[in-house]
Structure formats: structure tokens, C-alpha cells
Design a protein around this ligand. Structure first.
Ligand SMILES: Cc1cc2nc3c(=O)[nH]c(=O)nc-3n(C[C@H](O)[C@H](O)[C@H](O)COP(=O)(O)OP(=O)(O)OC[C@H]3O[C@@H](n4cnc5c(N)ncnc54)[C@H](O)[C@@H]3O)c2cc1C
Length: 819
């Protein structure tokens, strides 16, 4: 008798099959995979995917998934037939902009251990003889990429899972999910009920329909995408490709033209994203028995393919006399999400209901592994926060948002996206109470989590007469203005207000609040009312789930400065049922101004009767006080490293708070400063940003946050995993780098090299205007972390020298903060 829970996986596409295999590998054999179609070309997206696997990705997590897909698929065969054909890949550049982008992508790959090279048109033509070498300016070549046979690799994994005890039920349609008391109990099918403790929805484009069975919104938009094969091409026949190989040359992407291509023995296949988006209502998807071909295959529309076909002919001369074989063309449907990332994890409301949705073939095997780790071990060594289905804010679950953003993800699939590029629509969504004032000051808004966030203010242009701000290269100068540098310098010299409303705020209260928070975090929270504590949430492995700033406002009431919805989710999951603790997201109903700079106290003293002198209101202390007519919760801390306060009030009084401070600030030259200045000031002080600088993949000692861990305080989640670890045992470190070159400001994710070989990657970067240096934080091996170590950073096609520097660069004695 197996002691593993009863797992029902809905869907035998590549995700369901991979997950079953990985679960069985880990000893969970009570697994049933329920599939409405006939196994294994069951009618979902996997059944007709041409299987191109390009591993390089700006997301380390996605690159890791893809790397695992390649590694595992290479090890599999089905009845002696290959599952992965490692022919390599070529991404063509038709434009110079794309060629630069390919260098950047090569850097992403290098930082993730994926080897590739940017090559010239002649070398490209040698690798793929069908290209018109005059139509391109270069290419990015990754030898380890290639083709997977999506159905074959699914079946190979399924067979292995079945050998280990898993059952696959083809032609069984899930019609409902029975829950009881917020828990999964069983799956109903057209052949009867199957009891289960865990249900994993791996139903691809049907995901929203399965989610609805338990009342869960699955933010996924199916869209049709065109793929067609040509008629037989003499030029391809001459390549003498063995039929069982199908393809012997690299797979191709032409992102400038929204195209990809591969060989099919004697012809080519062409995939296109250039056509008008074709969103499909999940409710309209047919059952396999009712679909003319397959439910995920819609009739090919040659007219919408015509432009892409013309573009293909421009790059591949062999296509000029050829035709599309209409009967081989499809409008195939697959999933897109608001931010392009998959949807993984457990429902907040129904225990045991999990999703593994919106996953490409490329990432399918990696996702299977990560999901199995999550289910069996409670978490994965791979950072999954970008994919966690609970990451979305409420507005992101609106049907209109899911549709609009899903379409946009389709449109942008091959676009060159700047890291700071905000979404265009729908905007504005969330505005702080200061928005009108900010707009009056000429704020340039970018968007984050739906919030309109000022990055700099046009009204501060005159500061450039006072401060000299270095220029920067074209890429790092996008979504930036020298005014931001002047704002940073002015904040260090005078005083500035920063709109911090978009930071997530939670209230944790009740008689059990202290014990609850203390048991989940690393620092000691049992301190007097009015104390603020910086602390960490860890997972069972000791990885950093988040960093929090917790203010004790009353014996049983805490205000928690958090990083996002996943923190709320984590806290809620750990709540007991006894009602002794309440967790409330207070972000939307409140607002926050950071009032920071050497004159912050002088200014605030003018608008409050309270004694806010250093001795009366010390560093990392919290008080409730009045600012003019406005009741405010004031926390004396600063992420920019200056004297000052975070001032919180309710949203209705936000404008009044702004106006009160603004009027009082005139004599001190108060300015409003934006997030661009904030980012620079933060990095000069070495303050880490969770999700970018550190994630669950890192422990506190590696991340330089050991000071926030009190091993002697008693038990807390993750403590056992930290036993025996320290700064001294860390095998890698988050370090501060200073670039020799001051014209470049890195953007994050660039490879860090030692003697030309990649050893790490950049997390955050900024120009430090007060220290006059281009700064980057980066993960490097411990033996490359000593101050003074010479390294370099890949920046497009350049290799920029950089030196490990003592941190923090600014005010290491904390004299300003404590003043
Ligand atoms: C034209 C086209 C080309 C593509 N090319 C590539 C490519 O080159 N590279 C790449 O990486 N990706 C590609 N993709 C994307 C890729 O195919 C999909 O993202 C991937 O196959 C999704 O796998 P899945 O297992 O999540 O979903 P699916 O393969 O759709 O599997 C879900 C299964 O769930 C079953 N199911 C649904 N509802 C129920 C129910 N109620 N009861 C029982 N069973 C149910 C379905 O029948 C289906 O078999 C392409 C997609 C298309 C359409």
C-alpha cells in the first residue's frame, strides 16, 4: 500500500505527463492522469506543437525549466525513436537593433549556463544553407537547442510513470470537482467519480473551465497561432534529410518578422505571430469527439498568413517559388497570460487544488519537475515566484484584463522589450491619492503592479542647473532622464518626498499575532510597542521568501511592509483556524509618503506638535502622530539612507498630507522625487530588493542579510535549514560591483565573468550619483567575492571591467540615518 496522497492530474499533454513521471520518480505512485481525448495525441496544444526549443530567456526560472527539458528529453526515447533532436538554433537579426538584442540575449544565456555565440551572416549561412545571407545582419547560435517531439516525449514519460504505478485514463472527461470544507475530495468524470487528495489542473487552454469548477479564476487567454508547412521544396530535398530525423539543421527564429521555421524532411514549416491576434473564448472550445480535427486546431486562414509568408520568402529564397500546403496549415490554440509567465501553485481557497497552466513545450519537463518538487517536498530549489498563480493583484483577475493582457503577451512575444518598459494598456489602473499633485509637477509615470508610479518630475528640470548629472548610453538612457539624477542629489542635500503608496502593506492583528509572526520570521519581534524590525520570511530550505519591515503599533497589532501578494498568500496559508490572528491587506485603503533628507526633521517639526527629536523618536521606531490635521503612522526608517520617516495615512487624507508637507517644505526647498532617484539611492546604501537581489534560491548569509537572523530566539520556519550555515560557509555571495565605465548603467541579468568565463549574474544596478559610480549588485562564487577582485560584466557585445567593492558605498556608519 502506498502512503502517498491520491493525486489526480487533469490533462495528458506534455505538462500532465511530465508531472506524472516526476511524481512517480519521487515515490508518489497513487497518480491518475485523466484525459478527455485519446492518448497521447489527445487534442490539446501538445498534439500539434512543432516542438522548437529555444532555451534562452530573460527569466532565469524559465531558462532553468528549458534546460531541464532539453536534458531530460535527450535521455528519453520511445520505441527506439528520438525524443530530442539537438540540431541547435539560430535567431536571425534582420535589423541592427535586433543584432544588439541578440548580444543581450546571449548574455542572458551565458548567465544561465547556456552557451551561445553571435555570428556573422556567412557563418550563419554555413549553418543553415537556405538563408539569404544578404537579408540578415547576423544571428545568435545556441548549439544545445533543438526539436522535441512533444507527443512522443509525453508518451515516453507516461509509460515510465505507468511502470511506476500511475494510471492514465484516456477518453475520460472531467465534469466536476467535489470539494468539502475548502478541501479537494474527488474528481467527477463521465465514467464516474475518482477520489483524490490533490487535483492538478494541467488542462492547457481548458484551464479556465476547470478552475471555474472550484470557483477559481485562472488568468489565461487562449489565442490561435498560425503554423503551416510548405509544399515539397527541391532545395530541402537536396539536403538529404533522413525521414526519421526530420531536421538536421538548426531551428530558426526571425523575431524581426515574428516568424520561426524548421525543416520537415523535404519541406519547411513556418510559424507566425505577425497576424492579428485571434483570442478564443475558453467556453467555445470543443470536446475532442466534436472537433473536426482537434479542439485546439482551428481552420487555417490563409489571408492572415499572407504577410508572414511574404516575410519568410524575403529571408529564405527557396520559398519564393513555393506554396503553403493549405491542408497542413493550422490556426493552433495555446495559452497566454497577463505577464507571459506560467500559472503554477495551489489555489488560495481550495486546499489541494493546484495549477500547472500556460506552459510551453520548451518548459514542460522543467515545470513537471518543479511542480513535483513543490508537491512532494513542499517547495522547489528553483525560484518560482514569477510563476506563482497567487502573484496577481485583484484587478489582474478581471476578465477584461486577462483578455487584453493575454493578447498583448501574444503581440509582444518576439518584441525587444526594455526592462523598464511599462505596459501601455489598460492604464491608468491604480493611482495613489497624490496622483493629481504628481501630474501637476510633470511626473513621468511608469507602471508597477497596476500602480502609476512617478519616475521623475518635469518640474525638477531646473535642478540640472545646480547638479551635474552624467549622461548614459542609449539603452540605459531609455525610460530615464538626467532629472532623476538631480533629484537623487537634491534628496541627499535637502529633503524630498517619495510616493511609496505602491508598497504592499498588511495589518496582522489579534491575540496570537506576535507568536504567529515570530514563528514565521527570522528576527526577534517581541519588542516594545513602537519598535520596527527588519526581518525575513524563509521557506523550509532556509531560502528567502521575502523581506519584511514589521512595526509593532499595539501589543496585538503589527503593520507589515511586504513585497507583494505572495506574502499575503504565505501568511494566510499559515493562519490557524482559531481566529486568534487576522491578516488584512491595507494597501488600497492607505497611502505612504517617504519624507527623507537632512532637513526632514526640521520640516516635520513644523507640522506636528510631537517631540520628534532624535532621543524622542529614534531610528527604527514607530509612532502615531498628527501632521497638521492628518493622523499619521510614522516609521523612522528610510530605504534611501537619509534621515526621515515613512508617513502612512488613510487614502482619503492623502492629498491633505501631501499639501501639508508641501507647504511646510517650501523653506527647505522640498522637492518630489521619483522612483528612478529612489532606486539609485537605495543601491548606494546596499539595500536589497527581494525578487531581484535575492529569492528562495538564496539564504540570508549568502545575501548579506545574516544580521536579520536571530538563531537564538527560538523556533521559526526555516531555522533548522540554517543550522550550521553562516557567512563563512556561504559558497556564493551577493556583492557590490563598481564599473570602470561610467557611461553604462546596467539593467540587471547581465553575466558576470572572471577571466572571460561566466561565474555569476547581475541583479540590481544603478548609477550612484553621490558616489559618482556605476554600481551593480551581483551573485558571484565566494572565491570571487573578496573586495578588490577584478571581474567583468557582459553588456551587449562589450566586456566591461568591474571591481568588487566594499559596501555600502554611501554612509557606511549610518550617521545620516541615525542623526
Ligand atoms: C501552433 C502551435 C505551435 C506551437 N509551437 C511550440 C513550439 O514550437 N515550442 C513550444 O515550446 N511550444 C509551442 N507551442 C505551445 C505548446 O504547444 C503548448 O504551450 C503546450 O503544448 C501546452 O501543453 P499542456 O500540457 O499544458 O496543454 P495541452 O497539450 O493542451 O494538454 C491539456 C490536456 O488537457 C485535456 N483536458 C482539458 N479539459 C479536460 C477535461 N475536462 N477532462 C479531461 N481532460 C481535459 C485536453 O484534452 C488536453 O489534452 C505551440 C502551440 C501551438 C498551438
Amino acid at each position: 500500500m502506498s502512503s502517498s496522497p491520491r493525486v489526480a492530474i487533469i490533462g495528458a499533454g506534455i505538462v500532465g505527463c511530465s508531472l506524472a513521471d516526476e511524481l512517480v520518480m519521487r515515490g508518489w505512485s497513487d497518480v491518475v492522469v485523466i484525459e478527455q481525448g485519446r492518448l497521447f495525441a489527445a487534442g490539446g496544444s501538445t498534439s500539434h506543437a512543432p516542438g522548437l526549443v529555444f532555451q534562452t530567456n530573460g527569466s532565469r526560472t524559465m531558462a532553468e525549466f528549458a534546460r531541464y527539458t532539453v536534458q531530460k528529453a535527450m535521455s528519453l526515447t520511445l520505441d527506439g525513436q528520438w525524443c530530442f533532436n539537438q540540431v541547435g538554433s539560430l535567431e536571425f537579426a534582420v535589423t541592427e537593433d535586433r543584432l544588439r538584442e541578440l548580444h543581450r540575449r546571449r548574455g542572458f544565456g551565458e548567465a544561465c549556463g547556456i552557451d551561445g555565440r553571435v555570428i556573422d551572416p556567412d557563418e550563419t549561412a554555413a549553418l543553415w544553407p537556405l538563408v539569404d545571407r544578404d537579408a540578415i545582419v547576423g544571428a545568435y547560435h545556441v548549439p544545445s537547442d533543438g526539436l522535441t517531439k512533444a507527443v512522443r516525449v509525453s508518451e515516453a514519460q507516461a509509460r515510465r510513470a505507468m511502470e511506476g504505478g500511475a494510471r492514465f485514463l484516456g477518453e475520460h472527461t472531467v465534469t466536476g470537482i467535489r470539494t468539502d470544507d475548502g478541501r479537494i475530495r474527488a474528481v467527477s468524470t463521465d465514467h464516474g467519480e475518482i477520489e483524490a487528495d490533490i487535483v492538478v489542473c494541467a488542462a492547457g487552454i481548458w484551464g479556465p473551465r476547470i478552475g471555474a469548477m472550484v470557483g477559481m479564476t485562472v488568468p489565461l487567454q487562449p489565442l490561435a497561432h498560425q503554423y503551416a508547412k510548405t509544399t515539397v521544396l527541391p532545395e530541402v530535398v537536396r539536403l538529404a534529410i533522413p525521414p526519421d530525423r526530420e531536421d538536421i539543421h538548426p531551428i530558426i527564429r526571425v523575431q524581426d518578422r515574428d516568424l520561426y521555421l524548421r525543416e520537415h524532411t523535404d519541406r519547411l514549416g513556418v510559424g507566425a505571430y505577425g497576424h492579428t491576434p485571434m483570442p478564443i473564448d475558453p467556453a467555445s472550445l470543443l470536446h475532442p469527439t466534436d472537433a473536426p480535427v482537434m479542439p485546439s486546431v482551428l481552420a487555417f486562414t490563409p489571408d492572415t498568413f499572407a504577410e508572414s509568408w511574404g516575410w519568410s520568402q524575403a529571408v529564405v529564397p527557396a520559398l519564393r517559388g513555393a506554396e503553403v500546403r493549405l491542408e497542413d496549415g493550422i490556426n493552433g490554440v495555446f495559452s497566454f497570460t497577463p505577464d507571459g509567465a506560467p500559472l503554477l501553485g495551489e489555489s488560495r481557497d481550495i486546499a489541494g487544488f493546484w495549477l500547472a497552466e500556460a506552459v510551453w513545450v520548451t518548459h514542460g519537463l522543467g515545470v513537471g519537475k518543479a511542480m513535483a518538487e513543490w508537491l512532494v517536498d513542499g517547495g522547489s530549489p528553483t525560484d518560482l515566484h514569477e510563476c506563482d498563480v497567487n502573484r496577481f493583484e485583484p484587478h489582474q483577475l478581471a476578465p477584461a484584463y486577462i483578455r487584453e493582457r493575454g493578447i498583448q503577451s501574444f503581440v509582444e512575444v518576439y518584441d525587444i522589450l526594455h526592462p523598464l518598459q511599462p505596459m501601455e494598456d489598460p492604464r491608468p489602473l491604480r493611482t495613489s491619492p497624490f496622483h493629481a499633485r504628481e501630474a501637476e509637477l510633470g511626473a513621468v509615470f511608469l507602471e508597477g503592479s497596476g500602480w502609476e508610479r512617478p519616475h521623475w518630475y518635469g518640474a525638477n528640470a531646473s535642478l540640472l542647473d545646480r547638479y551635474e548629472v552624467p549622461t548614459r548610453d542609449a539603452w540605459s538612457g531609455r525610460y530615464w532622464d538626467p532629472i532623476a539624477g538631480a533629484e537623487a542629489l537634491a534628496a541627499r542635500e535637502g529633503v524630498a518626498i517619495f510616493d511609496m503608496t505602491s508598497l504592499k502593506r498588511l495589518e496582522v492583528s489579534g491575540r496570537g499575532a506576535l507568536a504567529f509572526l515570530d514563528g514565521l520570521t527570522t528576527n526577534r519581534l517581541d519588542r516594545p510597542v513602537g519598535t520596527v524590525v527588519y526581518t525575513l520570511l524563509l521557506d523550509e530550505r532556509g531560502g528567502i521568501r521575502s523581506d519584511l519591515t514589521i512595526a509593532r503599533l499595539a501589543p496585538d497589532r503589527f503593520q507589515v511592509g511586504a513585497n507583494g501578494n505572495l506574502d499575503l498568500d504565505w501568511l494566510e496559508r499559515h493562519l490557524r483556524d482559531d481566529g486568534s490572528v487576522r491578516v488584512r491587506d491595507i494597501t488600497a485603503g492607505t497611502c505612504c509618503i517617504g519624507l527623507w533628507g537632512p532637513f526632514a526633521r526640521d520640516l516635520l517639526e513644523g507640522v506636528t506638535d510631537e517631540d520628534i527629536s532624535g532621543p524622542a523618536f529614534g531610528y527604527f521606531k514607530a509612532r502615531e502622530l498628527w501632521v497638521g490635521n492628518v493622523p499619521v503612522t510614522a516609521l523612522r526608517l528610510s530605504y534611501v539612507g537619509e534621515l526621515g520617516w515613512e508617513l502612512y495615512t488613510t487614502a482619503d487624507l492623502g492629498t491633505k498630507l501631501w499639501d501639508t508637507l508641501w507647504a511646510a517644505g517650501r523653506p527647505y526647498g522640498l522637492i518630489a522625487a521619483g522612483r528612478s532617484a529612489f532606486g539609485s539611492l537605495r543601491l548606494e546604501k546596499g539595500y536589497r530588493s527581494w525578487g531581484t537581489d535575492m529569492t528562495t534560491e538564496h539564504d540570508p548569509y549568502e545575501a548579506g542579510l545574516g544580521f536579520a537572523v536571530r538563531m537564538d530566539k527560538g523556533p521559526f520556519l526555516g531555522r533548522d535549514a540554517l543550522e550550521g550555515r553562516s557567512e563563512a560557509t556561504a559558497s556564493r555571495r551577493l556583492v557590490c560591483l563598481m564599473l570602470d565605465d561610467r557611461d553604462v548603467v546596467l539593467m540587471g541579468k547581465e553575466p558576470v565573468r572572471r577571466s572571460g568565463e561566466a561565474v555569476g549574474y547581475v541583479t540590481s544596478a544603478a548609477y550612484g550619483f553621490s558616489v559618482d559610480a556605476s554600481i551593480a549588485y551581483a551573485w558571484v562564487p565566494a572565491d570571487a567575492a573578496a573586495v578588490g577582485t577584478h571581474l567583468s560584466v557582459g553588456w551587449f557585445d562589450r566586456d566591461l571591467p568591474a571591481t568588487v567593492t566594499r559596501e555600502p558605498l554611501f554612509d557606511p556608519d549610518m550617521a545620516r540615518l541615525r542623526s
